[in-house]
Design a protein around this ligand. Sequence first.
Ligand SMILES: *Cc1c(COP(=O)(O)O)cnc(C)c1O
Length: 428
Amino acid sequence: MESQILKELDLSCIWHPCTQMHDHENNIPLIPIKRAIGAYLYDFNNKAYLDCISSWWVNLFGHCNPYINAKLKEQLESLEHIIFAGFTHKPVIDLSKRLLGLLDSNFGKCFYADNGSSAIEVALKMAFHASAIKGNKKNKFLCLENAYHGETIGALSVGDVGIYTDVYAPILLETLKIKAPVGENIDASLEALKILLSTQKDSIIAFVLEPLIQCAGNMNMYSPRFVQEATKLCKEAGVYVIFDEIAVGFGRTGSLFAYEQCGVVPDFLCLSKGITGGYLPLSVVVTSDEIYQLFYAPFSENKAFLHSHSYTGNALACACANAVLDIFERDNVLTKNKELSAFIWERMQALRKFSCVGNLRHQGMVFAFDLIGFKGERKGLEVFNKGLEKGLLLRPLGNTIYLMPPYILTQDEATYILDSICEILKTF
Ligand SMILES: *Cc1c(COP(=O)(O)O)cnc(C)c1O
């Protein structure tokens, strides 16, 4: 009853993200959630939904995690938020020191923003600005086909997922794109990159890519060799490299950061999503002291990077991020994830018996398959709705079904998820 009232009130005044609101007339339910704890969301009838996608890839250690809650409350007692120009605070200093300690020694400075798309904007602007300070006349970004880097105009410009970008094409920046690598098929992409660099390197500011997995691009997983080779080629050509680890950072691909598996370090690293354990919006662009120094000059030289967001460096968000790093240290998360990942992957093999399941794949704590043979049908939506009936929060990307669970998932929960998916697929 209360649930129905909330739903109606919501629809009377709210426009939801990434949603054709018309779908709420009959295709997709709108579910008011009363509370969430651990890996579960509970609705007003106390029905539980197992969060198989970490609430849009942000929630690493469960909802209402007792440790993060405690750290957040503690922070709330002393400082919630202050202007971050000319003022600073301990949570953000601690966080920056800790991040830099976990990252390659080439990184030296953290620049904060408050969401993933903004981090991409920061990285794009910084890369352009750095190249301009160096006296270059470069004006184009390079990205991969099928890429996703967020929803603001700059971020959309270096993206290539048609449902998000196409209508805005007339107002996007002109960018260069190369074929995305797929699995071990990386040669054609590298070849395209070489050709572009040989002909246009003088106009290319930076190459932006999601290392190892194009997440919103239907979980396209590809070889670390591509990241390595491509980064080397760009560096040789004097083109900056931006790694968008907004989705894959913080343990998602098996290592704390995906670039660690690639043997190369980018000029700019964008982090967000998991950084606060899914609690509060925060993002950071990490870069080298060398790049920082390009901007460091007397004010009159007009070299300052004047980008800002009101909520930059929010102390509550930083306290959550510090708590997340505590948990990584304290609980040996990466080692445990390896076990859990192997377990889920083994259970997933049961899906191979279905003829509609194709391209079963995994990397760290990301698992995916495609529903094949349903071109033009919104079959993923059916999986979403049937998943809800079984108490699963799945949110397929088109007809790609994936799991990106919180790291606290138990083996029993993983088994329940995969058994349920099998039951759903039996009806297809
Ligand atoms: C989610 C995402 C973004 C955008 O982050 P927002 O916080 O949603 O703006 C950018 N890049 C990647 C790879 C993402 O997954």
